[in-house]
Design a protein around this ligand. Structure first.
Ligand SMILES: Cc1cc2nc3c(=O)[nH]c(=O)nc-3n(C[C@H](O)[C@H](O)[C@H](O)COP(=O)(O)O)c2cc1C
Ligand code: SF4
Length: 489
């Protein structure tokens, strides 16, 4: 939760529509994403629910999760960030091998059934770099720290008795030193590894697999997109946002000297090569867009001007949509506890990505719309009609409709409000907005995500006792799916 806890905002007036008003609303009018027509402009963005198997496969719980969102009949539903590599990644959904396709086919089928074909289904595909848990200092100094020549020299200078000592003695000396003294011997990178856990970045060209990313990623993304097409998805969302590899390439913090970093054109080179490879694989009649940050909200990171430049280049290349997010970076994440990994939604940039009711005097509602609006305006001024998606604290009809009416975005995405009540779009369409279970933006769900626990909404449990047959979380304490809602006949 945001630390600025003296603020606590009221939920805005939702301005729920009558059935007739909904029928005439822009929110419920047809949209277009390149080759894809959507029934409405309501969008459920990617949310990792931690329900995939340890092997990265679709489980019955994954089917229930997406089936439940589909029953609410959003125009577009985006499946969670899904890994493009064939490497163990814990219970994160994966699409890095053909063996994942049958499970994904089931997912597509389930969404088609539950939405009655009214929801277009995209899948967010991502690559991420290695991050380790924050080490116990004892283990760090006795195992992980590389004993560089200059470090050996510094130890010998402190204690001439260590001249020519073997690694075991040097590490023992480090362990015996007062903490401030041994910390003073570490480079900024080593200090970060010690205090936060080692984390690779796109700048680590000394690591062959990082140097090799431009050669590997276009093929990996293309193969993943091909599988998404084979499984029956309507399109892919390339994950170019937040704390992950492709956002690292786009960012001003990318200083690679190999032609893929530094100036904006070089930073966009790999994202565009990824897009080209994906397009070649899936063809023109399959929707391909991306999610990127309109502002990274970290010192030295991308600002809106950078994002506008990226979006213009992407529109020119033929991206079918641009979904604008914000922040969510590792650079300013809170220090994790020993034995835990840093989580990119805990620092100021993370608070901007999933703003809470207490964030600051501006509050969370529609907080990121300005970024999407500036991007959309820049696109339209140059003749690009690429649809723009906005997200962040959108939870009412009047608010969503005004965003569309003012031309600030073409699609309105709601993650947490849809989690609180996946039927909220349907309720609005039926003129039953008063029955919407409204998100309170206190981020109980985000706390579960942080601990890699099955994500649920605290509001679902209110009628838990009335529904003993509801599937429960592993700890038995929470219901795994939102309570059902049947519209009156
Ligand atoms: C539990 C949870 C998981 C999320 N997982 C993803 C994800 O996989 N990919 C992504 O781009 N954004 C992810 N997000 C961010 C949301 O898509 C959205 O941008 C953010 O929550 C702000 O929108 P909201 O105010 O409507 O919730 C996640 C958010 C939540 C709450
Ligand atoms: S737990 Fe529910 S009410 Fe709380 S922020 Fe998440 S979706 Fe909203």
């Amino acid at each position: 939760m945001s630390p600025a806890s003296r603020f606590r905002h009221e939920l805005p007036d939702p301005g729920w529509p009558t059935r007739e008003e909904a029928r005439a609303a822009r929110l419920f009018s047809e949209g277009r994403l390149g080759p894809l027509r959507t029934r409405t402009r309501c969008w459920v963005p990617a949310m990792v629910p931690w329900r995939a198997g340890e092997d990265g496969c679709v489980t019955p719980e994954v089917l229930d999760w997406y089936g439940r969102f589909a029953a609410g009949a959003p125009g577009v539903l985006v499946v969670e960030a899904t890994g493009i590599r064939d490497v163990p990644s814990g219970p994160l959904l994966r699409i890095g091998h053909d063996r994942f396709v049958p499970g994904l086919v089931d997912l597509v089928e389930r969404v088609r059934e539950e939405s009655g074909g009214r929801t277009r289904l995209l899948i967010q595909i991502l690559d991420f770099l290695r991050i380790r848990k924050r080490p116990d200092p004892k283990r760090y100094f006795s195992e992980f720290l590389v004993l560089r020549e200059d470090l050996r020299a510094a130890l010998e200078a402190r204690d001439p008795g260590l001249a020519g000592a073997d690694e075991t003695r040097l590490r023992a000396a480090l362990l015996a030193m007062p903490d401030p003294d041994r910390r003073a011997l570490l480079s900024p990178r080593e200090l970060r590894d010690l205090d936060f856990g080692a984390r690779e970045t796109v700048n680590d060209l000394h690591l062959p697999w990082i140097a090799d990313l431009p050669a590997r990623l276009p093929g990996l993304f293309a193969a993943a997109a091909g599988r998404a097409r084979e499984a029956g998805f309507n399109g892919v969302e390339l994950h170019f946002a937040h704390a992950y590899t492709m956002a690292g390439f786009l960012s001003r913090t990318n200083r690679r000297g190999d032609g893929y970093g530094g100036d904006p054109e070089a930073r966009r080179r790999l994202p565009l090569e990824v897009f080209d490879a994906v397009r070649k694989e899936v063809g023109m009649d399959f929707c391909v867009g991306c999610r990127l940050c309109g502002d990274e909200v970290i010192p030295g990171g991308d600002r809106i001007e950078d994002a506008i430049g990226h979006c213009l280049a992407f529109a020119k290349r033929g991206f079918d949509f641009l979904s604008i997010s914000k922040g969510g970076k590792f650079e300013d994440a809170k220090q994790p506890r020993i034995g835990e990994a840093a989580y990119p939604y805990t620092g100021p940039s993370g608070h901007e990505c999933m703003p809470t009711i207490r964030i600051d005097e501006r509050g969370p509602f529609g907080r990121n719309v300005g970024l999407a609006a500036r991007i959309r305006r820049a696109l339209r001024e140059r003749g690009f009609m690429t649809p723009v998606v906005t997200a962040g604290g959108i939870c009412g009809f009047a608010q969503a409709e005004a965003i569309l009416e003012r031309g600030e975005a073409d699609f309105v995405a709601a993650a947490r409000q849809s989690l609180a009540d996946p039927d909220w779009f349907r309720k609005m369409e039926l003129g039953r907005g008063a029955e919407v279970r409204r998100c309170t933006y206190t981020n109980y769900c985000e706390g579960l995500d942080r601990r890699h626990k099955e994500v649920t909404c605290k509001l679902w449990d209110r009628d838990f006792r009335d529904d003993p047959s509801a599937p429960r979380s592993r700890d038995g304490k929470r219901r795994l799916c939102p309570p059902p809602w049947t519209p009156p006949a």
